[in-house]
Design a protein around this ligand. Structure first.
Ligand code: 3PG
Length: 397
């Protein structure tokens, strides 16, 4: 790792350590946290700081608040702070502002071993503008800056870039979660155990063009599933019935098929229904999907052949579900891929977002090598996008 990590730094007692985490966790309509993986992922960093006799000032965004206090109430960080309190079992203070007198005095009053959680960074307009004055106010709270927010590393928000910039001269390191993500991705990108197998799914080709191109340059084979397979099929002139297709991306799909000639594998059979909400009409169709049919999952032959490919692989990297897995009757393909990865001896990497949530939901997250906490960040990092946030971290001496 070329960047300084928390392991390289001696945290001194009484220091105030400013930790940018990604506690942008999924919530239900009432604001209840439905998956706390990102909070649990940051615990080693926070514990390390507290164990050294320092205090931690923890900051994050949550959701995409629009500036309407009533609607945005669901994005307050109180629930996240409460969850952190349960997990850490230590004193956690929470303030209702990001910067200002209250935040400042709460930071100054922190005792060794205590944590202060600031309010949702995106409640302040300066955060997404990357505002320098806003960043200076946050920077004044800490003696050390730690970036442990891998999921946000592709953003240029003030807390990710302008704050560490404003803290030049004070130590700026990545935390244990970011260090682990970068290590595993470095291995994937530079010396993967082969055969290297990619598995790509999800709804849209267009969301992931750069990622797919990069994957095609890296992998020995890539297995396609999810609705994106219907776009690839249609691009080849194969019937897709009424399945979800990106009609304006057929040229892109053709270009990718050409680029991945000999590497791209499409499903040979599909679970097809008459209507999305009519699972009783589900049947397996081989080859093209006739008119009136809607593809919702990969079929049993595809499940078997993808499972066999996973078994032969040295490394597997997976992003995107194989079907409409959130509906139980259509979740078999996604479940089967998750189970095959869990059973495999390969280095198995699950690239963030809904794929990570699926693997967690199936109870298999501990059985794969790595589940990334990054969604967009994972895709962009693999694609090779330079991250301004990481550029602000001190180089390792
Ligand atoms: C994510 O969930 O991808 C990160 O937390 C970034 O959130 P954003 O897409 O709202 O910037």
């Amino acid at each position: 790792m070329s960047k300084s990590t928390l392991a390289d730094l001696k945290i001194r007692p009484n220091q105030r350590v400013l930790i940018r985490v990604d506690f942008n966790v999924p919530q239900d309509d009432t604001g209840k946290i439905t998956n706390d993986r990102r909070i649990r992922g940051a615990l080693p960093t926070i514990r390390h700081v507290l164990d050294a006799g320092a205090s931690a000032i923890v900051m994050s965004h949550l959701g995409r608040p629009k500036g309407d206090p009533k609607k945005d109430a669901v994005f307050k960080l109180d629930g996240v702070a409460a969850r952190l309190r349960e997990l850490l079992g230590t004193t956690i203070h929470k303030v209702d502002e990001v910067v200002g007198g209250q935040a400042k005095s709460a930071a100054q009053a922190l005792k060794p071993g205590e944590v202060l959680v600031l309010e949702n960074l995106r409640f302040h307009p300066g955060e997404q503008k990357g505002d320098a004055d806003f960043a200076l106010q946050i920077a004044s709270l800490g003696d050390v800056y730690v970036n442990d927010a891998f999921g946000t590393c592709h953003r240029k928000d003030a807390s990710m870039v302008a704050v560490p910039q404003a803290m030049a001269g004070r130590p700026r390191v990545v935390g244990f979660l970011v260090a682990k993500e970068l290590d595993i991705l470095a291995q994937l990108l530079s010396q993967p155990l082969r055969p290297l197998l990619g598995i790509l799914g999800g709804g849209k080709v267009s969301d992931k063009i750069g990622f797919i191109k990069k994957m095609l340059s890296l992998v020995d084979k890539v297995l396609i599933g999810g609705a994106m397979s219907y776009t690839f099929m249609k691009a080849q002139g194969v019937g897709v019935g009424g399945s979800r297709v990106e009609a304006d991306k057929l040229d892109v799909a053709r270009e990718l098929l050409e680029l991945g000639k000999g590497k791209i594998v499409l499903p040979v059979d599909h679970l097809v229904v008459d209507k999305i909400d009519a699972p009783q009409t589900a049947r397996v169709i081989e080859g093209g999907i006739p008119d009136g049919g809607i593809g919702v999952d990969i079929g049993p032959k595809t499940i078997a052949s993808y499972g066999a490919e996973i078994q032969k692989a040295g490394t597997v990297v997976w992003n995107g579900p194989m079907g409409k897995f959130e509906d139980e009757p259509y979740s078999k393909g996604t479940r089967a891929v998750a189970a095959a990865m869990a059973a495999s001896k390969a280095v198995t990497i699950v690239g963030g977002g809904e794929t990570a949530e699926a693997v967690e939901e199936f109870g298999l997250a501990e059985k794969v090598t790595h589940v990334s906490t990054g969604g967009g960040a994972f895709l962009e990092y693999v694609e090779g996008t330079p991250f301004a946030a990481l550029a602000q971290i001190d180089d390792r001496q």
